[in-house]
Design a binder for this molecule. Structure first.
Ligand SMILES: Nc1ncnc2c1ncn2[C@@H]1O[C@H](COP(=O)(O)OP(=O)(O)OP(=O)(O)O)[C@@H](O)[C@H]1O
Ligand SMILES: [Mg+2]
Length: 237
């Protein structure tokens, strides 16, 4: 399968702090690719650069063969690169329905939005039951589902997630990862950034390990799970 996204020589800095130090990676169409690493490794910075929320210093970000590195965030979303807002970033004083509709705001094909809303509500029946409630009244897991549903409303070609498991109970984390697997099985390409290394590699066809702004390992999810360096550094030996 071809690469949907190809990043080469990506460097990102905050002032003179170099957060991402020249990384190369590819996301294959139809796969889940996980980027794992410790606190401060540069995972979120990498995602922010893909979303156009932070300017890269160097390198190239090619999506479907075209450079998207210099685009504004809304243009990136229009191309189909959509980042799931962090769980608690759902707009808590808006209803579930308004949050989902907001996900579609950059779309030009207004006519298809209703059908997509129905599809999202079928996938997340809990949201359907709570359509007119404030998002702030949902549980943490439901807010994460809402954030994913909202991203799906943008009709992504590539879904980006930054630590969707953060702060959630283990049983809810299982739900979130199961949902991601299902969405992927239906054809959506996913780039997952996680500190939950075991779960993230388990559902990923491919994985990258980021340490101090550099990619140090690049392999299948399965191989990385069995890699001694991964075992020792991230999976408690
Ligand atoms: N706004 C900022 N200003 C200055 N330095 C920053 C900023 N955001 C991140 N950094 C630094 O950039 C480096 C990478 O941070 P980043 O948030 O990308 O890591 P991360 O892998 O997402 O970590 P975590 O797992 O804690 O979310 C760290 O050294 C961090 O301190
Ligand atoms: Mg982060």
């Amino acid at each position: 399968m071809s690469a949907l996204l190809e990043v080469t020589g990506l460097e990102v800095a905050y002032g003179h702090i170099e957060a991402v130090k020249g990384i190369d990676f590819k996301l294959k169409e139809g796969e889940i690719t996980s980027l794992v690493g410790a606190n401060g490794a540069g995972k979120s910075t990498t995602l922010l650069a893909l979303s156009g929320l932070i300017k890269k210093a160097k390198g190239s970000i090619k999506f479907e063969g075209e450079e998207v590195g210099g685009l504004a965030p809304h243009q990136v979303v229009q191309r189909g690169l959509v980042q799931v807002a962090e769980g608690r970033a759902t707009l808590t004083t808006m209803s579930v329905r308004e949050n989902l509709e907001l996900g579609a705001y950059t779309r030009k094909d207004r006519g298809n939005i209703k059908a997509d809303l129905d599809r999202v509500l079928q996938r997340f029946p809990r949201l359907a039951e709570r359509l007119d409630q404030f998002a702030g009244n949902l549980s943490g897991g439901e807010q994460q589902m809402l954030a994913i549903g909202r991203a799906l409303m943008a009709r992504p070609r590539l879904l980006l997630l930054d630590e969707p498991s953060m702060g959630l109970a283990p049983i809810i984390v299982q739900d979130i990862f199961r949902t991601l697997k299902e969405i992927n099985a239906e054809g959506l390409t996913i780039f997952l950034v996680e500190q939950n290394v075991r779960q993230a590699l388990k559902i990923a066809q491919h994985g990258y390990v980021l340490e101090n702004g550099k990619i140090v390992l690049d392999d299948t999810g399965r191989n990385l799970l069995g890699n001694p360096r991964v075992l020792e550094a991230y999976l408690g030996g």
